[in-house]
Design a protein around this ligand. Structure first.
Ligand code: MG
Length: 236
């Protein structure tokens, strides 16, 4: 294996339709006994980073003692809503075709680097059948570390343990936020921005993305870029 693709989930592969937030809120109330009144811009952030802030919004300044039970309950609440996610959410244009083509490409390993806890990140892609093209066991998730760039390194370590070493310019982070781009740059790998989330293509480029796509609907172009068969991706 020569190339490692680290996919973000929300607004890069799919849109969840609010089901993840519902599960999060239900888990919060179940674990704390408090009504949910949280609001936070979560895009691009990790659950380990977001959760203490959301607990603090509800007057719980020390979230650590709750985290293990909270994440376990969040995983359960999400699992109960997985079919609702398939009904209310959607896969973004070109995503299944791009993942399938890259899966068939010799030398390519695809997994997730997402701020979602593992059970939810994998559950979201599985709700749409996208997991068949991903080696989710070597991914890194929002319950691994609070800092997104650390997740990039964690996924790379796991992938290299399973598949052997990857060169820096053969590791690509694909995501929709400037935080995805920043995490790739901080980890010394290639950043590919996809402008299907809150950031415009210009903002992703300004953040330092090596490549920016409006979306993945041009399947051949996306596969060529991500498989590295056309212009080579080079970190700056
Ligand atoms: Mg995202």
């Amino acid at each position: 294996m020569t190339r490692l693709l680290l996919w973000d989930v929300d607004r890069t592969l799919l849109v969840g339709g609010g089901v993840g937030v519902e599960a999060y809120a239900a888990a919060f109330t179940a674990v704390t006994g408090l009504p949910w009144a949280g609001s936070l811009i979560a895009a691009g952030r990790t659950d380990l980073s977001i959760t203490p802030e959301l607990f603090a919004q509800h007057g719980i300044t020390e979230a650590d003692p709750y985290l293990e039970a909270f994440f376990a309950r969040y995983a359960d609440e999400f699992a109960e809503r997985r079919t609702a996610m398939a009904a209310h959410g959607r896969v973004l244009p070109g995503v299944p075709e791009v993942l399938a083509a890259l899966h068939d490409h010799p030398g390519v390993v695809q997994t997730l680097v997402t701020g979602n806890i593992a059970a939810v990140g994998v559950g979201k892609v599985a709700a749409f059948g996208l997991d068949r093209w991903l080696d989710t066991a070597v991914g890194a998730y929002g319950d691994d570390h609070a800092v997104r760039s650390e997740l990039v390194g964690r996924a790379r370590e796991r992938a290299e343990a399973a598949h052997g070493p990857f060169a820096d310019d053969e590791v690509l982070v694909i995501g929709d936020t400037v935080l995805d781009v920043g995490a790739a740059l901080a980890a010394g790998v290639v950043a590919v921005g996809v402008a299907t989330g809150p950031a415009t293509a210009q903002e992703l480029a300004a953040a330092g993305a090596h490549h920016v796509l409006d979306d993945l609907s041009d399947v051949d172009a996306a596969v060529a870029l991500l498989a590295g068969v056309s212009s080579a991706a080079r970190p700056r």
